[in-house]
Design a binder for this molecule. Structure first.
Ligand code: HEM
Length: 504
Protein backbone atom coordinates (compact mmCIF):
# COMPACT_ATOMS: atom_id res chain seq x y z
CA UNK A 1 0.00 0.00 0.00
CA UNK A 2 2.75 2.41 1.03
CA UNK A 3 4.55 1.60 -2.21
CA UNK A 4 1.47 2.43 -4.26
CA UNK A 5 1.06 5.74 -2.45
CA UNK A 6 4.73 6.54 -2.89
CA UNK A 7 4.45 5.61 -6.56
CA UNK A 8 1.42 7.85 -7.02
CA UNK A 9 3.11 10.77 -5.26
CA UNK A 10 6.22 10.29 -7.44
CA UNK A 11 4.07 10.26 -10.56
CA UNK A 12 2.27 13.41 -9.46
CA UNK A 13 5.58 15.15 -8.73
CA UNK A 14 6.91 14.04 -12.10
CA UNK A 15 3.80 15.39 -13.81
CA UNK A 16 4.09 18.74 -11.99
CA UNK A 17 7.77 18.92 -12.94
CA UNK A 18 6.97 18.12 -16.59
CA UNK A 19 4.24 20.77 -16.69
CA UNK A 20 6.61 23.34 -15.21
CA UNK A 21 9.48 22.32 -17.51
CA UNK A 22 7.27 22.78 -20.60
CA UNK A 23 5.13 25.66 -19.30
CA UNK A 24 5.89 28.10 -22.11
CA UNK A 25 6.29 25.61 -24.94
CA UNK A 26 3.04 26.68 -26.60
CA UNK A 27 4.26 30.22 -27.16
CA UNK A 28 5.47 29.96 -30.76
CA UNK A 29 2.57 27.78 -31.88
CA UNK A 30 0.09 30.27 -30.44
CA UNK A 31 1.89 33.25 -31.94
CA UNK A 32 2.27 31.67 -35.42
CA UNK A 33 6.07 31.59 -35.39
CA UNK A 34 8.00 28.64 -36.90
CA UNK A 35 9.98 26.65 -34.33
CA UNK A 36 11.61 23.29 -33.72
CA UNK A 37 10.15 20.86 -31.20
CA UNK A 38 11.83 21.50 -27.79
CA UNK A 39 12.87 19.01 -25.09
CA UNK A 40 11.41 19.50 -21.61
CA UNK A 41 13.54 21.89 -19.52
CA UNK A 42 16.45 22.20 -21.98
CA UNK A 43 14.39 23.45 -24.94
CA UNK A 44 16.45 23.53 -28.14
CA UNK A 45 19.76 23.58 -26.24
CA UNK A 46 19.89 19.87 -25.35
CA UNK A 47 23.19 19.19 -27.14
CA UNK A 48 24.90 21.90 -25.05
CA UNK A 49 23.57 20.47 -21.79
CA UNK A 50 24.67 16.97 -22.80
CA UNK A 51 28.10 18.47 -23.52
CA UNK A 52 27.96 17.24 -27.12
CA UNK A 53 28.66 20.68 -28.62
CA UNK A 54 29.21 24.35 -27.77
CA UNK A 55 26.38 26.87 -27.56
CA UNK A 56 27.49 28.77 -30.67
CA UNK A 57 27.46 25.56 -32.71
CA UNK A 58 23.88 24.86 -31.56
CA UNK A 59 22.86 28.41 -32.49
CA UNK A 60 24.60 28.24 -35.86
CA UNK A 61 23.09 24.89 -36.88
CA UNK A 62 19.66 26.14 -35.80
CA UNK A 63 20.11 29.30 -37.88
CA UNK A 64 21.26 27.32 -40.92
CA UNK A 65 18.17 25.11 -40.76
CA UNK A 66 15.83 28.10 -40.36
CA UNK A 67 17.47 31.03 -42.06
CA UNK A 68 14.73 31.50 -44.67
CA UNK A 69 12.42 32.74 -41.90
CA UNK A 70 12.54 36.41 -40.88
CA UNK A 71 11.55 35.42 -37.35
CA UNK A 72 11.92 31.96 -35.84
CA UNK A 73 11.36 30.62 -32.32
CA UNK A 74 14.21 29.17 -30.25
CA UNK A 75 13.49 27.70 -26.82
CA UNK A 76 16.49 28.71 -24.73
CA UNK A 77 15.89 26.20 -21.95
CA UNK A 78 12.37 27.14 -20.79
CA UNK A 79 12.44 30.64 -22.29
CA UNK A 80 10.98 31.34 -25.73
CA UNK A 81 13.32 33.66 -27.69
CA UNK A 82 12.02 35.31 -30.87
CA UNK A 83 15.05 35.18 -33.14
CA UNK A 84 14.87 38.03 -35.66
CA UNK A 85 17.09 37.06 -38.58
CA UNK A 86 16.41 39.64 -41.30
CA UNK A 87 19.12 42.38 -41.13
CA UNK A 88 16.61 45.09 -42.17
CA UNK A 89 14.42 44.26 -39.19
CA UNK A 90 17.41 43.96 -36.87
CA UNK A 91 18.41 47.49 -37.81
CA UNK A 92 14.90 48.76 -37.19
CA UNK A 93 14.58 47.17 -33.77
CA UNK A 94 18.09 47.77 -32.51
CA UNK A 95 18.44 51.40 -33.62
CA UNK A 96 15.32 53.17 -34.92
CA UNK A 97 12.83 51.67 -32.51
CA UNK A 98 15.35 51.24 -29.69
CA UNK A 99 12.90 52.72 -27.17
CA UNK A 100 10.90 49.48 -27.30
CA UNK A 101 14.00 47.38 -26.71
CA UNK A 102 16.17 49.32 -24.26
CA UNK A 103 16.82 46.43 -21.85
CA UNK A 104 18.36 43.00 -21.95
CA UNK A 105 16.38 39.89 -21.11
CA UNK A 106 17.06 39.22 -17.40
CA UNK A 107 19.78 36.63 -16.88
CA UNK A 108 18.62 35.68 -13.42
CA UNK A 109 16.83 37.38 -10.58
CA UNK A 110 19.35 39.85 -9.14
CA UNK A 111 17.01 42.24 -7.33
CA UNK A 112 18.58 41.40 -3.95
CA UNK A 113 22.15 41.73 -5.15
CA UNK A 114 23.17 45.40 -5.58
CA UNK A 115 26.47 44.40 -7.16
CA UNK A 116 24.85 42.44 -10.00
CA UNK A 117 21.85 44.73 -10.23
CA UNK A 118 24.10 47.77 -10.53
CA UNK A 119 26.10 46.52 -13.52
CA UNK A 120 25.62 48.49 -16.71
CA UNK A 121 24.56 45.35 -18.62
CA UNK A 122 21.82 44.60 -16.10
CA UNK A 123 20.58 48.16 -15.51
CA UNK A 124 17.29 49.18 -17.05
CA UNK A 125 15.62 52.19 -18.70
CA UNK A 126 16.48 55.65 -17.31
CA UNK A 127 18.88 54.28 -14.71
CA UNK A 128 20.81 52.56 -17.53
CA UNK A 129 20.73 55.71 -19.70
CA UNK A 130 22.17 57.86 -16.89
CA UNK A 131 24.94 55.37 -16.13
CA UNK A 132 25.76 54.81 -19.81
CA UNK A 133 26.05 58.58 -20.39
CA UNK A 134 28.36 58.91 -17.42
CA UNK A 135 30.52 55.95 -18.41
CA UNK A 136 30.83 56.74 -22.13
CA UNK A 137 33.62 59.34 -21.64
CA UNK A 138 35.71 56.69 -19.86
CA UNK A 139 36.12 54.79 -23.13
CA UNK A 140 37.09 57.62 -25.52
CA UNK A 141 40.26 57.35 -27.61
CA UNK A 142 41.95 59.94 -25.34
CA UNK A 143 41.29 57.87 -22.23
CA UNK A 144 42.42 54.68 -23.96
CA UNK A 145 45.65 56.42 -24.98
CA UNK A 146 46.33 57.26 -21.34
CA UNK A 147 45.60 53.68 -20.26
CA UNK A 148 47.88 52.22 -22.94
CA UNK A 149 51.01 52.54 -20.80
CA UNK A 150 49.41 50.42 -18.05
CA UNK A 151 48.59 47.73 -20.59
CA UNK A 152 52.09 47.83 -22.06
CA UNK A 153 53.59 46.96 -18.67
CA UNK A 154 51.45 43.79 -18.63
CA UNK A 155 52.34 42.88 -22.25
CA UNK A 156 56.01 43.08 -21.34
CA UNK A 157 55.61 40.84 -18.30
CA UNK A 158 53.81 38.23 -20.41
CA UNK A 159 56.37 38.46 -23.22
CA UNK A 160 59.32 38.35 -20.83
CA UNK A 161 58.04 35.00 -19.63
CA UNK A 162 57.73 33.71 -23.20
CA UNK A 163 61.21 35.00 -24.06
CA UNK A 164 62.51 33.15 -21.04
CA UNK A 165 60.86 29.92 -22.24
CA UNK A 166 62.36 30.29 -25.73
CA UNK A 167 65.86 31.33 -24.63
CA UNK A 168 68.62 30.15 -26.97
CA UNK A 169 66.19 29.88 -29.89
CA UNK A 170 64.23 26.88 -28.65
CA UNK A 171 60.58 26.50 -29.61
CA UNK A 172 57.94 26.48 -26.92
CA UNK A 173 54.48 24.85 -26.91
CA UNK A 174 51.88 26.92 -25.10
CA UNK A 175 48.13 26.69 -24.49
CA UNK A 176 46.99 30.16 -25.40
CA UNK A 177 43.62 30.36 -23.69
CA UNK A 178 45.23 29.86 -20.30
CA UNK A 179 48.14 32.10 -21.25
CA UNK A 180 45.99 35.02 -22.37
CA UNK A 181 43.58 34.57 -19.46
CA UNK A 182 46.49 35.50 -17.20
CA UNK A 183 47.27 38.50 -19.39
CA UNK A 184 43.62 39.62 -19.42
CA UNK A 185 43.54 39.19 -15.68
CA UNK A 186 46.62 41.34 -15.07
CA UNK A 187 45.44 44.02 -17.48
CA UNK A 188 41.97 44.31 -16.00
CA UNK A 189 43.41 44.26 -12.45
CA UNK A 190 45.65 47.17 -13.37
CA UNK A 191 43.36 49.22 -15.62
CA UNK A 192 40.05 48.71 -13.80
CA UNK A 193 40.95 47.98 -10.17
CA UNK A 194 44.22 49.88 -9.89
CA UNK A 195 45.97 46.74 -8.64
CA UNK A 196 49.32 45.60 -10.03
CA UNK A 197 49.66 41.81 -10.23
CA UNK A 198 51.86 39.53 -12.32
CA UNK A 199 50.00 36.24 -12.77
CA UNK A 200 52.92 34.69 -14.66
CA UNK A 201 55.26 35.01 -11.71
CA UNK A 202 52.75 34.90 -8.85
CA UNK A 203 50.56 32.20 -10.43
CA UNK A 204 47.99 31.91 -7.65
CA UNK A 205 47.64 35.55 -6.63
CA UNK A 206 44.38 36.35 -4.86
CA UNK A 207 42.94 38.49 -7.66
CA UNK A 208 43.52 35.74 -10.23
CA UNK A 209 42.24 32.88 -8.06
CA UNK A 210 39.10 34.69 -6.97
CA UNK A 211 38.48 36.03 -10.48
CA UNK A 212 38.78 32.53 -11.96
CA UNK A 213 36.40 31.09 -9.38
CA UNK A 214 33.79 33.73 -10.20
CA UNK A 215 34.11 33.97 -13.96
CA UNK A 216 34.32 30.28 -14.79
CA UNK A 217 30.83 28.98 -15.25
CA UNK A 218 31.59 25.36 -14.42
CA UNK A 219 30.66 22.91 -11.68
CA UNK A 220 29.06 24.47 -8.60
CA UNK A 221 29.03 27.96 -10.15
CA UNK A 222 27.17 26.65 -13.22
CA UNK A 223 24.63 24.82 -11.04
CA UNK A 224 23.94 27.95 -9.01
CA UNK A 225 23.54 29.98 -12.16
CA UNK A 226 21.20 27.38 -13.67
CA UNK A 227 18.98 27.29 -10.56
CA UNK A 228 18.88 31.10 -10.35
CA UNK A 229 18.02 31.34 -14.04
CA UNK A 230 15.49 28.55 -14.35
CA UNK A 231 14.10 28.25 -10.79
CA UNK A 232 14.25 31.65 -9.05
CA UNK A 233 11.84 30.42 -6.37
CA UNK A 234 14.15 27.54 -5.44
CA UNK A 235 17.02 30.04 -5.26
CA UNK A 236 14.96 32.21 -2.89
CA UNK A 237 14.13 29.23 -0.67
CA UNK A 238 17.75 28.04 -0.59
CA UNK A 239 18.80 31.67 -0.05
CA UNK A 240 22.02 31.75 -2.05
CA UNK A 241 23.56 34.37 -4.34
CA UNK A 242 24.97 33.36 -7.74
CA UNK A 243 28.32 34.91 -6.79
CA UNK A 244 29.62 33.99 -3.32
CA UNK A 245 29.53 37.01 -1.02
CA UNK A 246 33.04 36.28 0.32
CA UNK A 247 34.42 36.47 -3.23
CA UNK A 248 32.54 39.57 -4.31
CA UNK A 249 33.48 41.19 -0.99
CA UNK A 250 37.11 40.85 -2.02
CA UNK A 251 36.49 42.97 -5.14
CA UNK A 252 34.34 45.37 -3.19
CA UNK A 253 36.99 45.94 -0.56
CA UNK A 254 39.62 46.37 -3.25
CA UNK A 255 37.73 49.13 -5.04
CA UNK A 256 36.56 50.95 -1.92
CA UNK A 257 39.98 50.84 -0.23
CA UNK A 258 41.69 52.03 -3.40
CA UNK A 259 39.27 54.93 -3.80
CA UNK A 260 39.79 55.94 -0.19
CA UNK A 261 43.56 55.67 -0.39
CA UNK A 262 43.70 57.70 -3.60
CA UNK A 263 41.49 60.44 -2.26
CA UNK A 264 43.40 60.66 1.03
CA UNK A 265 46.82 60.64 -0.61
CA UNK A 266 45.80 62.62 -3.72
CA UNK A 267 47.14 59.87 -5.99
CA UNK A 268 46.29 59.95 -9.69
CA UNK A 269 46.65 56.94 -12.03
CA UNK A 270 45.24 56.74 -15.59
CA UNK A 271 42.88 53.85 -14.83
CA UNK A 272 39.16 53.24 -14.61
CA UNK A 273 38.88 53.71 -10.85
CA UNK A 274 40.33 57.18 -11.31
CA UNK A 275 37.87 57.91 -14.13
CA UNK A 276 34.97 56.56 -12.07
CA UNK A 277 35.97 58.75 -9.11
CA UNK A 278 35.99 61.77 -11.44
CA UNK A 279 32.70 60.74 -13.06
CA UNK A 280 31.09 60.43 -9.62
CA UNK A 281 32.22 63.95 -8.73
CA UNK A 282 30.83 65.37 -11.98
CA UNK A 283 27.49 63.57 -12.19
CA UNK A 284 24.34 64.88 -10.52
CA UNK A 285 23.28 61.25 -9.87
CA UNK A 286 23.80 60.05 -6.36
CA UNK A 287 26.21 57.14 -6.87
CA UNK A 288 26.81 54.76 -4.00
CA UNK A 289 30.08 52.86 -3.56
CA UNK A 290 28.21 49.76 -4.75
CA UNK A 291 27.38 51.52 -8.02
CA UNK A 292 31.07 52.08 -8.68
CA UNK A 293 32.12 48.58 -7.64
CA UNK A 294 29.42 47.15 -9.92
CA UNK A 295 30.94 48.86 -12.95
CA UNK A 296 34.45 47.55 -12.14
CA UNK A 297 32.87 44.16 -11.74
CA UNK A 298 31.19 44.18 -15.17
CA UNK A 299 34.35 45.51 -16.80
CA UNK A 300 36.12 42.55 -15.22
CA UNK A 301 33.53 40.07 -16.50
CA UNK A 302 33.34 41.52 -19.98
CA UNK A 303 37.09 41.84 -20.43
CA UNK A 304 38.44 38.75 -18.67
CA UNK A 305 36.98 36.00 -20.84
CA UNK A 306 36.33 37.92 -24.06
CA UNK A 307 39.78 39.44 -24.41
CA UNK A 308 41.51 36.12 -23.71
CA UNK A 309 39.32 34.40 -26.31
CA UNK A 310 39.90 37.19 -28.79
CA UNK A 311 43.72 37.01 -28.68
CA UNK A 312 43.75 33.19 -28.57
CA UNK A 313 41.52 32.97 -31.66
CA UNK A 314 43.63 35.51 -33.59
CA UNK A 315 46.78 33.44 -32.89
CA UNK A 316 44.94 30.27 -33.86
CA UNK A 317 43.93 31.77 -37.22
CA UNK A 318 47.48 33.06 -37.83
CA UNK A 319 48.76 29.54 -37.19
CA UNK A 320 46.22 28.10 -39.65
CA UNK A 321 46.92 30.80 -42.28
CA UNK A 322 50.71 31.33 -42.59
CA UNK A 323 50.37 33.75 -45.54
CA UNK A 324 48.20 36.04 -43.37
CA UNK A 325 50.77 35.72 -40.59
CA UNK A 326 53.61 36.73 -42.95
CA UNK A 327 51.73 39.78 -44.13
CA UNK A 328 50.92 40.84 -40.59
CA UNK A 329 54.56 40.36 -39.59
CA UNK A 330 55.64 42.65 -42.44
CA UNK A 331 53.19 45.31 -41.34
CA UNK A 332 54.48 45.07 -37.76
CA UNK A 333 58.06 45.43 -39.02
CA UNK A 334 57.11 48.58 -40.93
CA UNK A 335 55.52 50.07 -37.82
CA UNK A 336 58.59 49.18 -35.75
CA UNK A 337 60.82 50.91 -38.34
CA UNK A 338 58.63 54.00 -38.29
CA UNK A 339 58.79 54.11 -34.50
CA UNK A 340 62.61 54.12 -34.78
CA UNK A 341 63.25 52.70 -31.32
CA UNK A 342 60.42 54.53 -29.56
CA UNK A 343 57.83 52.41 -27.72
CA UNK A 344 54.59 51.43 -29.45
CA UNK A 345 51.81 54.03 -29.16
CA UNK A 346 48.03 53.74 -29.17
CA UNK A 347 47.89 55.70 -32.47
CA UNK A 348 50.49 53.53 -34.21
CA UNK A 349 48.74 50.27 -33.38
CA UNK A 350 45.27 51.56 -34.19
CA UNK A 351 46.50 52.77 -37.59
CA UNK A 352 47.69 49.28 -38.64
CA UNK A 353 45.35 48.51 -41.54
CA UNK A 354 46.12 44.85 -42.00
CA UNK A 355 45.96 44.27 -38.25
CA UNK A 356 42.48 45.78 -38.33
CA UNK A 357 41.46 43.43 -41.16
CA UNK A 358 42.81 40.39 -39.30
CA UNK A 359 41.11 41.25 -36.01
CA UNK A 360 37.79 42.07 -37.76
CA UNK A 361 37.82 38.76 -39.59
CA UNK A 362 38.63 36.89 -36.37
CA UNK A 363 35.63 38.47 -34.68
CA UNK A 364 33.47 37.44 -37.65
CA UNK A 365 34.63 33.86 -37.80
CA UNK A 366 34.56 33.30 -34.05
CA UNK A 367 31.53 35.46 -33.06
CA UNK A 368 32.44 35.62 -29.38
CA UNK A 369 28.87 36.69 -28.57
CA UNK A 370 26.72 34.14 -30.43
CA UNK A 371 23.54 36.22 -30.14
CA UNK A 372 22.41 39.63 -28.88
CA UNK A 373 19.37 39.73 -26.68
CA UNK A 374 16.73 42.34 -25.95
CA UNK A 375 13.56 42.51 -23.87
CA UNK A 376 10.49 44.02 -25.53
CA UNK A 377 9.29 46.56 -22.96
CA UNK A 378 6.04 47.69 -24.66
CA UNK A 379 3.85 46.17 -27.37
CA UNK A 380 5.49 46.74 -30.73
CA UNK A 381 4.35 46.26 -34.34
CA UNK A 382 7.23 45.36 -36.62
CA UNK A 383 6.56 46.62 -40.14
CA UNK A 384 8.56 46.47 -43.37
CA UNK A 385 9.67 49.60 -45.25
CA UNK A 386 6.27 49.76 -47.02
CA UNK A 387 4.45 49.73 -43.72
CA UNK A 388 3.19 46.12 -44.00
CA UNK A 389 2.83 44.42 -40.64
CA UNK A 390 5.43 41.68 -40.17
CA UNK A 391 4.87 40.70 -36.56
CA UNK A 392 3.28 41.90 -33.35
CA UNK A 393 5.68 41.72 -30.42
CA UNK A 394 4.23 41.87 -26.92
CA UNK A 395 5.67 43.52 -23.82
CA UNK A 396 7.75 40.88 -22.04
CA UNK A 397 8.84 39.01 -25.20
CA UNK A 398 12.50 38.01 -25.34
CA UNK A 399 14.25 38.82 -28.62
CA UNK A 400 17.44 37.42 -30.13
CA UNK A 401 19.60 38.63 -33.00
CA UNK A 402 21.61 35.60 -34.20
CA UNK A 403 25.11 37.03 -34.61
CA UNK A 404 26.87 33.69 -35.19
CA UNK A 405 24.35 32.76 -37.91
CA UNK A 406 24.67 36.06 -39.75
CA UNK A 407 28.49 35.97 -39.56
CA UNK A 408 28.51 32.51 -41.16
CA UNK A 409 25.80 33.01 -43.77
CA UNK A 410 27.27 32.71 -47.28
CA UNK A 411 24.65 35.17 -48.56
CA UNK A 412 26.54 37.84 -46.61
CA UNK A 413 30.06 36.38 -46.35
CA UNK A 414 31.22 34.17 -49.23
CA UNK A 415 32.93 30.94 -48.10
CA UNK A 416 32.25 31.73 -44.44
CA UNK A 417 34.45 28.88 -43.20
CA UNK A 418 37.51 30.48 -44.77
CA UNK A 419 39.56 33.05 -42.88
CA UNK A 420 39.78 35.97 -45.32
CA UNK A 421 40.87 39.32 -43.83
CA UNK A 422 40.37 40.82 -47.33
CA UNK A 423 36.64 41.02 -46.60
CA UNK A 424 37.51 43.99 -44.40
CA UNK A 425 39.90 45.81 -46.77
CA UNK A 426 39.23 49.48 -47.64
CA UNK A 427 37.77 48.40 -51.02
CA UNK A 428 35.60 45.57 -49.69
CA UNK A 429 34.36 46.55 -46.27
CA UNK A 430 31.68 48.93 -47.52
CA UNK A 431 30.12 46.04 -49.45
CA UNK A 432 29.24 44.22 -46.23
CA UNK A 433 25.49 44.32 -45.82
CA UNK A 434 24.62 46.51 -42.81
CA UNK A 435 23.63 44.66 -39.64
CA UNK A 436 25.10 41.33 -40.73
CA UNK A 437 28.38 42.01 -38.88
CA UNK A 438 27.72 42.58 -35.18
CA UNK A 439 30.65 41.36 -33.03
CA UNK A 440 30.13 44.14 -30.49
CA UNK A 441 26.38 44.51 -30.96
CA UNK A 442 24.85 47.71 -32.31
CA UNK A 443 22.73 50.72 -31.42
CA UNK A 444 22.79 52.62 -28.12
CA UNK A 445 23.31 49.42 -26.15
CA UNK A 446 26.34 48.22 -28.08
CA UNK A 447 29.53 47.18 -26.27
CA UNK A 448 31.02 50.15 -24.45
CA UNK A 449 34.47 48.52 -24.21
CA UNK A 450 35.13 47.69 -27.89
CA UNK A 451 37.96 50.22 -28.18
CA UNK A 452 39.60 48.81 -25.09
CA UNK A 453 39.26 45.23 -26.41
CA UNK A 454 40.69 46.13 -29.82
CA UNK A 455 43.56 48.09 -28.31
CA UNK A 456 44.54 45.19 -26.06
CA UNK A 457 44.33 42.50 -28.74
CA UNK A 458 46.05 44.51 -31.48
CA UNK A 459 48.93 45.69 -29.31
CA UNK A 460 49.57 42.23 -27.91
CA UNK A 461 49.54 40.76 -31.42
CA UNK A 462 52.02 43.41 -32.59
CA UNK A 463 54.48 42.36 -29.90
CA UNK A 464 53.84 38.62 -30.31
CA UNK A 465 54.31 38.55 -34.03
CA UNK A 466 57.53 40.55 -33.95
CA UNK A 467 59.08 38.05 -31.54
CA UNK A 468 57.54 34.72 -32.55
CA UNK A 469 56.37 32.67 -35.47
CA UNK A 470 53.16 30.88 -34.53
CA UNK A 471 53.13 27.27 -35.71
CA UNK A 472 51.13 24.12 -35.18
CA UNK A 473 52.13 22.09 -32.14
CA UNK A 474 51.75 18.32 -31.74
CA UNK A 475 48.95 19.11 -29.27
CA UNK A 476 46.98 21.44 -31.58
CA UNK A 477 43.40 20.21 -31.96
CA UNK A 478 42.48 19.46 -35.59
CA UNK A 479 38.93 20.75 -35.79
CA UNK A 480 38.90 23.23 -32.99
CA UNK A 481 35.44 24.67 -33.66
CA UNK A 482 33.85 21.26 -33.15
CA UNK A 483 35.95 20.77 -30.01
CA UNK A 484 34.33 23.72 -28.19
CA UNK A 485 31.89 22.90 -25.38
CA UNK A 486 29.67 24.91 -23.05
CA UNK A 487 28.70 28.57 -23.31
CA UNK A 488 32.16 30.07 -23.60
CA UNK A 489 34.91 29.50 -26.19
CA UNK A 490 36.58 26.57 -24.43
CA UNK A 491 37.83 23.81 -26.75
CA UNK A 492 38.28 20.57 -24.81
CA UNK A 493 41.85 20.26 -26.08
CA UNK A 494 42.70 23.97 -25.58
CA UNK A 495 44.34 26.42 -28.00
CA UNK A 496 47.79 24.86 -28.36
CA UNK A 497 50.42 26.46 -30.62
CA UNK A 498 54.19 26.26 -31.00
CA UNK A 499 56.03 29.56 -30.65
CA UNK A 500 59.26 29.72 -32.64
CA UNK A 501 61.45 32.70 -31.71
CA UNK A 502 62.17 34.81 -34.80
CA UNK A 503 65.73 35.61 -33.81
CA UNK A 504 66.73 31.91 -34.00
C1 HEM B 1 36.45 41.02 -27.76
C2 HEM B 1 35.96 41.50 -26.67
C3 HEM B 1 34.52 41.88 -26.46
C4 HEM B 1 33.41 41.48 -27.15
C5 HEM B 1 33.32 40.54 -28.36
C6 HEM B 1 32.28 42.15 -26.53
C7 HEM B 1 30.96 42.02 -26.96
C8 HEM B 1 29.89 42.66 -26.37
C9 HEM B 1 28.53 42.52 -26.83
C10 HEM B 1 28.07 41.68 -28.01
C11 HEM B 1 27.76 43.26 -26.01
C12 HEM B 1 26.23 43.43 -26.10
C13 HEM B 1 25.93 44.50 -27.13
C14 HEM B 1 24.49 44.60 -27.54
O1 HEM B 1 23.63 44.01 -26.88
O2 HEM B 1 24.20 45.27 -28.57
C15 HEM B 1 28.63 43.89 -25.03
C16 HEM B 1 28.19 44.74 -24.02
C17 HEM B 1 29.04 45.29 -23.10
N1 HEM B 1 30.41 45.20 -23.06
FE1 HEM B 1 31.58 44.17 -24.34
N2 HEM B 1 32.72 42.92 -25.50
C18 HEM B 1 34.09 42.80 -25.42
C19 HEM B 1 34.93 43.42 -24.53
C20 HEM B 1 34.53 44.30 -23.56
C21 HEM B 1 35.42 45.00 -22.64
C22 HEM B 1 36.93 44.88 -22.67
C23 HEM B 1 34.64 45.75 -21.81
C24 HEM B 1 35.03 46.68 -20.69
C25 HEM B 1 36.20 46.95 -20.28
C26 HEM B 1 33.26 45.52 -22.21
C27 HEM B 1 32.17 46.08 -21.58
C28 HEM B 1 30.87 45.90 -21.97
C29 HEM B 1 29.74 46.48 -21.26
C30 HEM B 1 29.80 47.31 -19.98
C31 HEM B 1 28.59 46.12 -21.98
C32 HEM B 1 27.15 46.50 -21.65
C33 HEM B 1 26.79 47.81 -22.35
C34 HEM B 1 25.40 48.31 -22.01
O3 HEM B 1 24.56 47.50 -21.61
O4 HEM B 1 25.18 49.51 -22.18
N3 HEM B 1 33.24 44.65 -23.27
N4 HEM B 1 29.93 43.50 -25.29
Amino acid sequence: MVFIELGLVSLLLLYIFYKWATLKYNTFKERGVPFEEPWPLVGNAGAVVLNREGFNKTLLDFYNRNREHDIVGFYNFRSPMFSVQNPEYIKKMIVKDFDFFVNHAPFFNSEDDPLVNGMLTVMKDQRWKNMRNTLTPIFTAAKMRAMFSLMTECFNESLDRLREETKGGKSHDVELKGWFTRLSNDIIASTAFGLKVNSYVDQNNEFYSIGQAIANFRGKQMLKFFIANAMPLVQKILGFKVFDAEKTDYFKRLVIDTMKYRQEHKIQRPDMIQLLIEAREETDQNWSDDDIVAQCFIFFFAAFENNANFTATICHELMENPEVQDRLFKEALEVRDQLAGKPLTYEAVMKMKYMDMVTSETLRKWSLAGALDRLCSKDYDLTDDKGNLIFKFKAGDYIWFPVVGLHNDERYFEDPNLFKPERFSEENKDNIKPYTYLPFGAGPRMCIGNRYALMQAKAMMYYMILDFKIERSAKTVKNIVDDVRGFQVNPLGGFWVRLVPRSS
